[in-house]
Every structure is written in C-alpha cells, then in structure tokens.
Design a binder for this molecule. Structure first.
Ligand SMILES: Nc1nc2c(c(=O)[nH]1)N[C@H]1C(S)=C(S)[C@@H](COP(=O)(O)OP(=O)(O)OC[C@H]3O[C@@H](n4cnc5c(=O)[nH]c(N)nc54)[C@H](O)[C@@H]3O)O[C@H]1N2
Ligand SMILES: Nc1nc2c(c(=O)[nH]1)N[C@H]1C(S)=C(S)[C@@H](COP(=O)(O)OP(=O)(O)OC[C@H]3O[C@@H](n4cnc5c(=O)[nH]c(N)nc54)[C@H](O)[C@@H]3O)O[C@H]1N2
Ligand code: SF4
Ligand SMILES: [Mo]
Length: 904
C-alpha cells in the first residue's frame, strides 16, 4: 500500500510516498507530483523507512511514564492517570503562582494543528504567553528581519525563482548539506543557464561554497559590513533602482548616509576578504536582471541576526529585485514546519495569523476568535529567558514537546541545572532516548512520522497535507490529541467557563479554525481546505476564498504590509560578536550541520548507514592550528570555552581559515561523553529576535595526552544495544558510542584513558564483554599483560559477531568491516594471537562513505580518480552520485582536486 506524505526533516518539504502494509513501513520514495522535489529525496529522506524498522520500533516510547518523586524511577501509568496528574500540577501552579508560572517549549517539527492547540492552550486557556519554541534558535531573526523591512513575516519567493535567477547569493547557508534537494535544483538551473552567477558567503569553504563562482570567506559575524559595502558599490556604480526606491520604500536616505562609510576597502578590512571580491559580488548582483538570495543560520544565529537579515533584504529593495521572477530575499526554513508555527503565532511574542501582541485590536480579534475575555498583552519568555526563569525557580511546571533542549540550547550546563531543579517537567516525545528525557517527570509517547496527520508549510509557503500510513506503536498518540485531552482536563480544574475551548475531534476541525483566523490577513488561506489539498495537491499561501490555486510570489505590486504600504530600510551597522577571542581563547568556534544527521540524532542516529559519512564526533581545525599545538590527525583534544569543555578527536580541514574551528551540533550525551558542543556556546542573543548566537564562541584547543585506547564493537540484530551501552560513556576519560554498518547494524564504543589513567583491568574488560554480549564460551581471547594489550573476538555461525580491543586498535576498521559484512574470518585467529601483528587487509581502510546510496567510500573514489578516471567514468563504474545526488557536490570537489597538481 502507499500513502502520500512529506519528509519530516528539513524545510525543503519534499513530498514522499510511504510504502507499507498498513502495520509496518517498508519503503519510501520521492513523490514525483510534489512541487518541492518532483520525486527527489536526499540521503536522510531516502532512508526514512530505516528509522522505522522493527528493531528501532522496539525501542520506541510506548506508554506514558511517571515518576512521582524526583529520586524515584519512572513507572508505567495510564493516559488518564498521566494527564490528570499533569492537569493537577499545572492547575495548582496556576492558582498558587499565577499563569506565568507555567510554560510550554515546543517545536517547528510539530504539525500546524498541533502548534495551533498548544498556542491556544497557553494564550487562550491559561492566559500566559509563555509558549516558545525551538524556532527561537532557528528562524526568529528571519521573522524579525522580514517584519522590520517588509512589514510581515512572509518569505516572498518560490523555489521556481531559482530557475529564473541570473545571480544567486547564498549567505550563511550550506544548502548542499542542509537543503540538498533544493541544491539539486540549483545545480539543474546552473546547467540550464551557465551564465548564472553563484556567490556564496560563508566563513567555511563548504561544499556549497566550493561550487560557487565567487566564495567570500568572510570572518565570522561580519555579514552586515559586507552587504552594506555591496550597497555602497551599487549606489556608486548606479546599479540601484531609484524609481523603485522612491515609489515603494521609505528610509533610504538614512541608510544611504550610513553606507557611505562602508567602502569596499573598509569592509574588506572588517570581513577579511578582498575589496575587489566585494565589488565583483555587488556588480554581479546589481547587473543581473534577476537576483535571488538564499540564507539561513549563518545570518540568523547571531547577536545581530535581525540586522543581518535586514542588510541582505536592503540589497533587494535598493535594486527593486523583489516581487519579480527570479528575484527576492528568500530565507530558507530549517525545520519541516517552522513556517506553520509562525503562521499560528507559536512564539511567545506572536499571535495567530501574523497578528501582533502589542496591538490591542489584534489581541481583541484573537480573543473573539477563541471566545475568551482577553489574551495577555505582555510578551512571554523566549527560549533562553525561559530556561533562565526555570533556573531561578519561577517556572513551576514546564511542558516540552518535540524538541530536545538539553542538547540544542546554548550554555547547556545551566540548562541541565535548570531542568534538574524544575518541580515538574513533562516531555512529549517519540523517543525516550534523548538528553531531555532524563529530566522528564512525565514522559508522554507521541505518534511520529508516518503515524500522524495534519498539515505542514515549507520554506516557499507551500502547505502540504501529511497523512498517517500506519498506527502509532503501543499507546502513542498524535500530538494534537494529547494537547486537547490535557487541555480539557485543565479546563475542568480552572474557573468554570460555558463551553470547552477545545471541542476538536479531528485534526481537520483544528485546521478549519486556523483557516478562519487567517481571513483578511496577509497569509489568508480562506479558500483552502483538506479537500482542496487532496484534490489539487500542495498550495502556497495566500489562497483567498474563491481562489483555487495558491500564490507563488508576493509583493509584485510593490505594496507592502506596513502602515504606509512601503517597505522600510533600517539602520544596519556592523557590530562585533558577543564573545571576542582573547589570548586564552584564541580560536573561533563555529557550529552547524552534517550532511546525513538531523539535530540530536534521535531519528537519523538509529540508521547505521547515516553514520558512514561522518563516523565519529570530531572538531575540524585548520592544519596550521593543529601543527602549532602539536596535534596530529585523529588525536584527542580538549576544547575549552568560557562555560565548559569537551574532548573530541581532531580532524584537519582545508575548509577553514586559520583560527577557525567547526564542530557539528549533532553529537550529544547519547553519542559521546559530555554534553556536546552546546556546553561551550553562549546564551547571548539578538535584542529584537532573541535568537541566540549559536554560531560563534571563543575557544582554546589543547592536545589531550592519552594513555590507552579501547574499542568494543558488536553486531546488534535485535536493537537496543546502543541504549544499553550508554552508561559506559561516563566511565572513561572520554568515550564515543556510534553505529556502523549497512545491512546490519554494528554498535561501536570507543574509549580513551588519559596518560595517568591505569590500563583497563581484566575485570573491567570482562564486564564490558558481558555488556556487549561477547562473553560466550566461543569468545576467543588474547592477553599480553606486559604490553597492556587485550583482544577478544566472538565468532558465531562462521561470522565475526563482535570484538573488543584494548591498546591494539589498528585493526578497528578491518574488524568493523568484517562484522558489518559478515566477511571471512580465516585470518582472524592468526592476527588475534600475535600481539603486534599488523592487521591483514587487502587495501587501505575503506574509511568514510561518500555515496550513501551505493556505498562508495572516499578512499575508493580517490583511488579511481588517481587512476585517471573523470567524474563521468567514475559514476559509470560505481554509480556514485547517480541516485539521490546528495554526494554530488563532494564528488565534484574530489574530482577537481585530483586534477590540480599538488604544489611543490
Ligand atoms: N543534514 C541536515 N540538514 C538540515 C538540518 C540538520 O540537522 N541536518 N537541520 C535543518 C534546520 S532546523 C536548519 S535551521 C537548517 C540550517 O541550515 P544551514 O543554516 O544551511 O546550516 P548550518 O550548518 O547550521 O549553517 C550554515 C552555514 O553558516 C555558516 N556560518 C557560520 N557563521 C557565519 C557567519 O558569521 N556568516 C555567514 N555568512 N555564515 C556563517 C557556517 O559555516 C555554515 O556553513 O538545516 C536544516 N537541514
Ligand atoms: N550549537 C548549535 N546548536 C543548535 C544549532 C546550531 O546550528 N548550532 N541549531 C539550532 C536549530 S536551528 C534548531 S532547529 C535546534 C533543533 O534542536 P531540537 O529541536 O532539540 O532537535 P531535534 O533533535 O530535532 O529534536 C526534536 C525531537 O522531537 C522528537 N520528535 C520527532 N517527531 C516527533 C513528533 O511527531 N512528536 C513529538 N512529540 N516528538 C517528535 C525527536 O525524537 C527529537 O528528539 O537546534 C538548535 N541548536
Ligand atoms: S531535502 Fe532531504 S531532508 Fe529535506 S525534505 Fe527533502 S528529503 Fe527531506
Ligand atoms: Mo533550525
């Protein structure tokens, strides 16, 4: 059977067709009819069914679990008991400490319907604006940037604008990895129109930057200076559209005066790039008949994120390149439904349908719509403030849904302290295996992707109907149902009202109320219904009553939703980063994404093959910075910031300028010792958007002298071994716990001891062998006590099932490959019983996998390129990059490098 739905990962919002037998999801493919992807999927979307295998499902959160005391263990309870208990706790907090003593922290990965009822629960029923979301960490600077300039939070563009652009400016976005299917479209557009210019602004030479005609590797946090200088050049060279400015904007003269100082030379100094390159970028942008900019977290996650956004929007307003095909400032949304959350006003300072909390008329409209006396006027707490308030003891009951703040917020030590002392924490999750789950007093099992329905809106304002294919496991329930059930129980405990605010029996009933709230607003979907979405497919808002198709582009008439109808130029001055480097913290820490992982890895992390592109947690460093510190490739290093420190392996990277480092955000406390990279990031945030500066911190890196290393690896056919081994992460100076393999899953525990730490005793090795299920009578064991070497191997059914190595870890890759592929074990004995034998191997270790669809490794690709194959021949030989295409940018990069002779 087949069910149409969407991919639950990024904001591209690809349509998927779920293949299933009504009980189990068996496969997934791209929906050829969906206008976001036309059948394409990336590595993450294309492996969704592997995140729902019986082994994974067995680990899902199935029943509500409650702990009555902080020190007690959680026990299984019924939904009735769980929700009555929660309603009791919330009602008591509200009556004793007022409505603002409770808070909700929700997510851009919820459906619009889920989001709508959460917002109504807080602002309508309880009377608190304390409902904020992980979108605060993600899109809030885009919201405030659009509102400050265009008057409303409405991305004016469509994906099809990519096909019409003559100049594409990608800023602070690694689209090749974070929005891969959109990047495929960019590649197609460039192939069709080779004159199209691609400019990428990113401190790192990402795969996106590598593909550019011009890469501006600016110093972190210097975007405003760059865009101001580009505007300076546009003015100087007469490339502005003065008629457009006069007719449709206001505030230009002040900005013109401001950018007078931003000469290319001055900006070049601030940004650390060549003045000529700034001039070239401005000329390409200005001379192009159509220019489109795409941007994301490199601009948003900044203590001046609102101005970063405004500065790039200014370029479009000043040249009139907005509201026309191929033109406009296009903020890419990260999460699948960050847009839907913005539409229903799901942030602590927003109201439904782009209404303003500060506007009394808007508040009255919302109160009328909901049938309540009023909605509170004061903005609620934003994400970082919210957890600070929890820390101060002001929040007595906290409800978290569909997000993992114990990993994703900055300054995690404080967040963990706050969560630990919060009197009552509810977590609504699909997985009990997240860092936040540890702190939950009440865990509520939610239905996940493929199991729930509703609607989502992607980056281009396109609403898609999401459908369930299979029932949720155990007693898990759809998020909106949990909220509605809880809300009714809370209503019964609050001062009586005539009728329930939550009469919904279906997701559609919620959608219809949301639709009614939008009528007359800029995002009006008065003409949209579940039925229309079924009949005509996904639609872009606005879609007013009487219309049958959505609107692909906004502001074509030059009229903007501001008081005067004109767009506004704002005052964007360059400002320094919140945390400057200093002699004790001389390196700059940048954080972001990997190609094949999603945030806290609760879903991508369970798919073995999605580990293959970046198999181990690591910090990327410039080779010179490593050399200066005596750090070699793969060494363990201590990364120290002003708020915390973690250990990681070092990886040399030529994508980074000196003094720059990069650590992915994905590795949290379930995959490595310590809290992950957000132990080091800072809570400083933008004064308007309150989005924290997650991309910039000052750090030091030192080599960590290790005494010994240990690796345990075990095939996990039943599932559950990864979770079972997690307590081991805390038992060593440093450890990581990852997956490897492809058809079969192998769990890999790597552990290190410092130079003064004693080599693991035989008892500890025995305990670990037992924990990994290696200790059977068939286990082969070799010990060389003098050298501190120990080796264990378990062969079952003539296949190597697992191994444990202490102080002789050179064979790790070889053994991992044997375990994963079930290969021959003939040479194993010989190697095992010879203390210093080099591991037999037919060639170099396969190492990381570049092409995930066809399992092609970097070493194989390099060997073929060195043998003289070009990209086309390479693809003919092993098909790499011919399916989902996520690895194409990297293949091109590898191929280009191979043809350039190494400098003497
Ligand atoms: N594979 C994958 N894809 C994802 C996600 C995922 O977890 N994994 N998450 C989704 C989500 S929620 C989001 S928000 C998006 C994020 O999508 P992106 O924003 O594209 O991804 P990031 O890697 O966070 O950051 C983008 C780039 O910003 C650069 N940057 C850092 N500082 C600066 C600066 O000062 N100026 C400029 N111009 N650039 C800077 C970084 O070097 C990085 O390459 O991805 C979405 N897609
Ligand atoms: N250092 C650093 N930190 C960052 C960032 C960065 O670039 N650098 N990026 C920030 C950004 S942009 C974002 S968006 C955040 C993301 O951070 P989080 O929101 O914390 O990340 P996720 O791991 O996606 O968390 C979503 C959780 O919801 C659960 N879930 C999935 N589907 C459902 C469902 O249908 N219902 C329910 N109830 N639960 C479900 C998943 O198991 C998962 O644990 O991280 C932010 N943190
Ligand atoms: S680009 Fe990949 S992650 Fe994003 S929606 Fe499409 S398939 Fe999902
Ligand atoms: Mo995000």
């Amino acid at each position: 059977m087949e069910t149409k739905s969407t991919c639950p990962y990024c904001g591209v919002g690809c349509g998927v067709i779920i293949e299933h037998d009504a009980t189990r999801i068996t496969g997934v493919r791209g929906d050829p009819a969906h206008p976001a992807n036309f059948g394409r999927l990336c590595t993450k979307g294309g492996t969704l069914h592997l995140s729902m295998t019986p082994q994974v499902m067995a680990q899902r959160l199935m029943h509500p679990q409650l702990r009555r005391e902080k020190a007690a263990a959680r026990e299984r309870v019924s939904w009735d008991e769980a929700l009555d208990h929660a309603a009791e706790k919330f009602a008591r907090a509200i009556s004793e400490h007022g409505p603002d003593s409770v808070a909700f922290y929700i997510s851009g990965q919820l459906m619009t319907e889920d989001y709508y009822v959460f917002n109504k629960l807080a602002k309508g029923l309880i009377g608190t604006n304390n409902v904020d979301t992980n979108s605060r960490l993600c899109m809030s600077s885009a919201v405030s940037g659009y509102k400050a300039t265009l008057g409303a939070d409405s991305p004016p563009c469509s994906y099809e604008d990519i096909d019409h652009a003559d100049c594409l400016l990608i800023a602070g976005a690694n689209t090749a990895w974070a929005h891969p299917v959109l990047f495929r479209r960019i590649e197609d557009a460039r192939a069709a129109r080779p004159d199209m210019k691609l400019i990428v602004v990113d401190p790192r030479r990402t795969d996106t930057a590598e593909a550019a005609d011009l890469h501006l590797a600016i110093l972190p946090g210097t975007d405003i200076a760059l865009y101001n200088a580009m505007l300076h050049v546009l003015l100087w060279e007469d490339l502005c559209d003065l008629d457009y400015i006069r007719a449709h904007t206001e505030g230009f003269d002040a900005l013109k005066a401001l950018v007078r100082d931003y000469t290319p030379a001055m900006a070049a100094d601030i940004c650390g790039v060549k003045a000529d390159d700034i001039v070239t970028a401005a000329r390409w942008f200005g001379q192009a008949p159509a220019a489109l900019s795409l941007y994301c977290q490199g601009l948003n996650q900044s203590s001046h994120g609102t101005d970063n956004n405004a500065a790039i929007i200014h370029l479009h307003l000043a040249t009139g390149k907005i509201g026309k095909p191929g033109c406009g400032p296009f903020s890419l949304t990260g999460q699948p439904n960050a847009m839907g959350g913005r539409e229903v006003g799901g942030l602590s300072n927003l109201l439904p349908a782009h209404r303003d909390m500060a506007n009394p008329e808007h508040r009255a409209e919302v109160a009328r719509l909901w049938g309540v006396a009023d909605v509170p006027a004061e903005p609620g707490l934003t994400a970082v403030e919210l957890f600070e308030a929890v820390h101060r003891g002001e929040i007595k009951a906290l409800w978290i849904a569909c997000t993992n703040p114990a990993q994703s917020l900055p300054d995690l030590t404080r967040v963990h302290e706050a969560l630990a002392k919060c009197p009552f924490v509810v977590l609504q999750e699909v997985s009990a295996d997240t860092d936040t789950a540890t702190f939950a007093d009440l865990l509520l099992p939610a239905a996940g992707w493929g199991e729930k329905e509703g609607t989502v809106t992607n980056s281009e304002r396109r609403i898609t109907r999401v459908k369930a294919a299979v029932p949720a496991p155990g007693e898990a329930r759809a998020d909106w149902k949990i909220v509605v059930d809880f809300a009714r129980r809370l209503e019964a405990r609050l001062p009586a009202r005539a009728a329930t605010l939550f009469p919904y029996e279906t997701a559609e009933a919620i959608f219809n109320e949301h639709r009614a709230s939008t009528v007359g607003r800029d995002l009006d979907i008065g003409g949209l219904s579940y039925a229309l979405l079924e009949q005509s497919g996904p639609q872009q808002w606005p879609l007013r009553e009487g219309a049958t198709v959505g609107t692909s582009r906004l502001y074509g008439d030059g009229v903007f939703p501001t008081a005067s109808g004109r767009a506004r130029f704002t005052s964007t001055q360059h400002r320094p980063l919140a945390e400057a480097t200093d002699p004790r913290h001389p390196l700059h820490l940048n954080t972001g994404r990997l190609r094949d992982q999603w945030h806290g890895m609760s879903r991508t992390g369970v798919v073995a093959r999605l580990h293959a592109h970046a198999p181990e947690p690591a910090i990327e460093m410039n080779p010179r910075d490593m050399e200066r510190r005596g750090i070699a490739e793969g060494d363990l290093v201590r990364l120290k910031g002003k708020r915390g420190s973690i250990l990681l392996r070092a990886a040399a990277s030529t994508t980074l300028r000196p003094a720059q480092t990069y650590v992915p955000m994905h590795w949290g406390g379930r995959y490595m010792s310590g809290l992950g990279i957000n132990a080091l990031t800072l809570p400083a945030n933008d004064p308007v958007s309150h989005q924290p500066e997650l991309k910039h911190a000052a750090v030091q890196v030192e080599k960590f002298a290790t005494g010994w290393q240990l690796v345990a690896m075990r095939r996990d056919d039943e599932g559950g071994l990864h979770a079972a081994l997690q307590p081991w992460l805390a038992r060593f100076d440093h450890a990581t716990l990852t997956l490897a393999g492809r058809e079969s899953t192998v769990v890999v525990l790597r552990a290190w001891g410092g130079e003064n730490s004693p080599v693991p005793a035989p008892e500890l090795l025995a305990e670990l062998a037992a924990a990994t299920g290696l200790d059977s009578p068939q286990m082969l064991a070799f010990n060389d006590a003098r050298r501190g070497i120990a080796k264990r191997a378990l062969i079952a059914d003539d296949r190597l099932a697992g191994a444990l190595l202490c102080n002789e870890t050179r064979a790790t890759d070889w053994l991992l490959d044997l375990i994963a592929r079930g290969g021959s074990t003939a040479e194993l004995r010989k190697w095992l019983f010879a203390p210093l034998a080099t591991p037999p191997s037919s060639g170099p270790a396969r190492g990381r996998i570049v092409c995930n669809c066809f399992d092609v490794s970097e070493s194989e690709i390099r060997a073929d390129l060195e043998a003289g194959l070009d990209l086309a021949a390479l693809q003919k030989k092993n098909k790499c990059g011919t399916n989902c295409g996520s690895c194409l940018p990297e293949l091109r990069r590898l191929a280009a490098k191979a043809t350039v002779p190494v400098a003497a």
